[in-house]
Design a binder for this molecule. Structure first.
Ligand SMILES: [Zn+2]
Length: 212
């Protein structure tokens, strides 16, 4: 070895591996233990970060892999490089995505070697209640990843000055989902649902499907 060159380690064990998952497609699997708060894997080791108003960001949203970062940027993963974007959904997740800066997947519940790293995600769908079946296998699996808002639901909501008000029927349905979200620490999803209701009522866009 020439002078001044540092010896490389014999091998570096990545803390995760990417392989076929019993849930769906490829997944992310732990190769060591993680405790709540640990960063597990970058969301997208190779990525582009563009302004949220950029047409490229809007087009890339179709992949459902983009992340809104710091309310003004969109992270577009280069899917030729595996990363946290491969994490599967679970109704009882052990990790969560943080979208500031580069974006990362962080542990929220103890993870052991060999465990699949799962996050909670989904979409608000419109009149397609059975669109995204869930195969997470959790005891409390909801059966579907998406939360559906129908035209019927929209009839139970009213928008006044950009805020949603709703009658008891819809409030009860959202409260049930809210209880579930609270149990897994995903209360922020309620805001996404409220925003979708506003868009449905205002009919600002042809599509009301949004990622959360
Ligand atoms: Zn599930």
């Amino acid at each position: 070895m020439s002078k001044g060159r540092r010896a490389k380690p014999m091998f570096s064990l990545s803390p995760v591996e990417f392989r076929d998952s019993p849930i769906a497609g490829r997944g992310v699997f732990a190769r060591r233990s993680f405790k709540p708060g640990d960063v597990i894997v970058p969301y997208a080791p190779r990525q582009r970060r563009v302004d949220a108003r950029d047409p490229e960001a809007v087009a890339a949203a179709e992949t459902k892999l983009t992340l809104l970062s710091e309310r003004q940027f969109v992270i577009i993963p280069d899917t030729s490089v595996p990363g946290g974007w491969l994490c599967n959904h679970s109704c009882s997740p052990n990790a969560a995505i943080f979208s500031d800066r580069e974006g990362r997947v962080q542990c929220t519940r103890a993870i052991g070697p060999g465990d699949e790293v799962t996050i909670f995600y989904g979409w608000v769908s419109h009149n397609e209640p059975r669109r995204d079946p869930c195969r997470c296998g959790a005891a409390r699996c909801r059966g579907f990843i998406n939360f559906d808002l129908s035209d019927e639901d929209a009839r139970h909501a009213h928008v006044v000055d950009g805020r949603v008000t709703m009658d008891e029927i819809l409030a009860k349905r959202l409260a049930e989902y809210g209880t579930f979200l609270h149990s897994i620490g995903q209360e922020q999803v309620q805001e996404a649902i409220a925003n979708t209701l506003v868009r449905m009522k205002l009919r600002k866009s042809g599509s009301v499907v949004c990622a959360f």
